[in-house]
Structures are given as C-alpha cells and as structure tokens.
Write a protein that binds this ligand. Sequence first.
Ligand code: PLP
Length: 503
Amino acid sequence: MNLIYRSTRNSNMQITASQAILQGLSPDGGLYVPTTIPQLTKPIKELCRMNYRELAYEVLKLYLTDYTEEELKDCINKAYDEKFDTPDIAPLKKEGDYHYLELFHGATIAFKDMALSILPHLLTTAAKKNNISDEIVILTATSGDTGKAALAGFADVEGTKIIVFYPKDGVSRVQEKQMVTQKGSNTYVIGIRGNFDDAQAGVKKIFGDKDLEERMKQAGYRFSSANSINIGRLVPQIVYYVYSYAELYRRKEIGEGEEINFVVPTGNFGNILAAYYAKQMGLPIGKLICASNDNKVLFDFFQTGVYNRNREFVLTISPSMDILVSSNLERLIYHIAGDDSNKTMELMEALVKKGEYQITSDMMARLEDFIGGYATIDETQAAIDKVYTESDYVIDTHTAVAVSVYNKYLTSSKDPNKAVIVSTASPYKFVESVLEAVGNKAIPEDDYAQAKLLRDISKTPIPEAVEEIHSAKVIHDTVCDKDEMKELVERILKKANYDKGMT
Ligand SMILES: *Cc1c(COP(=O)(O)O)cnc(C)c1O
C-alpha cells in the first residue's frame, strides 16, 4: 500500500510521493503532506548500528513508498558521498556540556546541502517513474544560500538544467563568488538589476506563464522548483534527527526511550518541521525549541497564537533566518487543526489579506511540545564568544541564535533532558561576523585572509568550498534587467536544444 499525499488546502486530492515531489507546490497553493505519519518500526538497538546512508534508507522508505528499494538506495548513494567532507555526513560533536549536530559538511557548508544533495535524484527518478521524458528545468530565485546549494545539487545531474537568478547587488561577495564560479554544463547563473523580490516575482511570472509552458513542452522541457516547500526536501531532513538520537544512544549518553530536546535555528520552518515529523514517528523527543533572531514572528506566534507578519523586516547577522513568512508552518497548522484543509485555507487566506491570523485554543493546545525563543544580535554575538571561551569551539551566527535561546530556556525551565543543538552553517560561511564576535580587533579586508585567521582561531581546516572560490574562475557573467528574465530563459533553452542537435 502506498502512502498517499494530499494538499494542505484540498483533502480530496490523492497523489503518490513521487508525484508530490514532481509538482512541488499543489495547484491550489497548498503544500503536500502525508495522510498518515509512518512509525519507526526498527528498535533503537538496531538503528544505532547503521551508518548515515543505511539510516536514510530506513526513513525514506517509510515516506517515499512508490520508489523501489533500488531507486531509493541509488538516490541516497549519489547524494551522501564524497561531496561531504566526512563519512559521518552529519557528525554529532560534544563540546563542553552541549551536543552539536553539524549539518554543514556538504558542498556549500550549510544545512541546505542535506536535502538539496538528494532532491535532484529524487526528482529525476520521479520523472522516470511517471513516464515524463521532458528535461526538468529548475528555476530558482535566491538571496544567496539556496541558489548555491541548489546549483551544487543539480550540477551535471542528467535530465536536468538549473537556472538561478540573484540580485546583482543584493548578495554578499562570498555568495556571489560561490555562484558565478559554479561548474557543470547544465548550470546557468544570472544577476538581475533589481532586488530579491524582483527576482522572486520574475520567477513566479515564468511559472505562471501558460504560453511559455506550452512552448517549452514542445521543446521537451518542464519547469520545476527546488524550493523548501517541496516534500522531497522535508523528508531527507527527518533522517538526521533519527541519526543523532541513535548516535547518542550508541555512545551511551542516553538510555532506551529517553527523551531528548532539539534546538533548531529557524527561518522558513522547514528544519524544525522535520523534527516534528520525527517526533510523530515515535522518536523520543521532548521539546522542540524553535530559535529565531530579531525577526521573531514565530516566537510571538508560540506565545500568543497569533501569526503576524505586519512588522519591520530586520537585517541581522544570521541572514538565512531573516524571514517574516515561514512557508513550512502551513504544514504544522494543517496538522494541529486535525488535518483540516478548510481551516488551513481560511488562515492562509487571512495571512495574504490581512498579514495575520489567529489559531483556535484547541490548535494552541497541540503546540505544547514547541518552545519559542529568540536572540538579538548582541545576544547572538555573546553566545559565539561564550562557547569559544568555554570550549574552544567556534560556532556560526545561526547556530549561536540556537545556543542563546537554549541557555535562556535552561535558566527558566531547568529541563533535565539532554539537548542537541542543530548547527546549520560552518563558521567559515559567516566568517566576518564570527571573527567580530570572538573579539578580534584587526579583521583583514580580504575574504581568504579572514578564513586563514579563523583557521588559526578555531584550529579547524579551511573547508574545500572556501578554498575553491578563492582560486576558481568566474564562469557566469550574464546580467539582465528584471523584465528580461523570461526572454533569457527561452534563449538559454533554445540554445541548449540547438547545441544538442549539433553533437
Ligand atoms: C535556511 C537556513 C536556516 C533556516 O532553516 P529553515 O528550514 O528555513 O527554518 C538556518 N540556518 C541556516 C544557515 C540556513 O541556511
């Protein structure tokens, strides 16, 4: 029996996992959710003997039931290989009193690699299974991190092309360098004269253009998205929650059935939602501690039951969490409403119309496992400094938000459960902010010199991703106006077809 997925906004719909992955977003604007949450069947004694890939198979097979064993294992083996700089894939480090789950050992040294290294393979396999022979063209607008992780994931994956648009003057130097040096004959990176919203609006317009869709279909192309609302990004994220629990058990840090807490630095609510699914699957998790930066919409939501995006957008030193609309929260809303698509629809419409919504007291009661917290920029910097001073371990600005929130939670709750801090980026990725936080007085201008300084301080090697951009050649130099995006996409795809004909 296949696990059936439906939209959070339409309970009549019934599709399989591979169809949900192919579609990304439901046509009604909803997100795909499983109709039941599968249970972990193997005991922890068995799970703790598995490596990351074996465990990934145990989790993925429960959700992606219309993929064969061979297909899933093939996807897993292609994703979690030497692209990661450690065979552990997601190492759990004990530093001082805390356990850190390091999710930054992939190609772009941030946690998005955990899902974006497998999504391309899940997607191309899904296309084959559903007899779609069109080439899949991934369109992505990025404010920096997602674009590079998607490029790295899709580079040279057969049957796909990826086109990334970024605001020419709206990303950091390192982020731009990471993208424009991307290798792979199927990758295209374009700077636009405009901001991130312009890039995003342009991509949405292309997705909504029926004429273009038809013309592209004739040419053998089908558009898709690598966006974090794709269920194919959510499911692979459940794996490392099970993996870190099993690891603690293996190290005899916890006993069988003992509950642990997870602290997750949160933006779009995708990572922590995966922890929620892990808990619903029977993994002994106590609290899910949701850590926000100054953009504390989620903190307020957990306090009051009101989600309100009408507020100032704050630029912080944890930019990947600077977000006011956490799209994956819709899935949690749906579940705490008792899988009620009408209620979900009503609240999401209120969010669009009024910029806010309020959940019922029944729904509120189902949020008791969540603890919301937030850290200001000063608190974030202080957390980096404290961890470094006490345990000689350097954390990045996003992870520091989690540490700060967890310290405050411990002070007020005295919760005796062990906790895992989910560490979402390498300190090398936000090197300047990190150097400032540890009190460095003379920070060099040059990115690479900054990395060398961090190497001396942290006594960890400079990651390949940083070495690479230092020496890499610029491959992509196209810049366009925001209203030229569609034309450009058509030109790229036509030229690719022409080139194909020549070989
Ligand atoms: C994307 C990201 C986050 C936020 O994760 P969500 O799934 O959007 O909540 C946190 N830290 C880093 C470094 C990220 O790149």
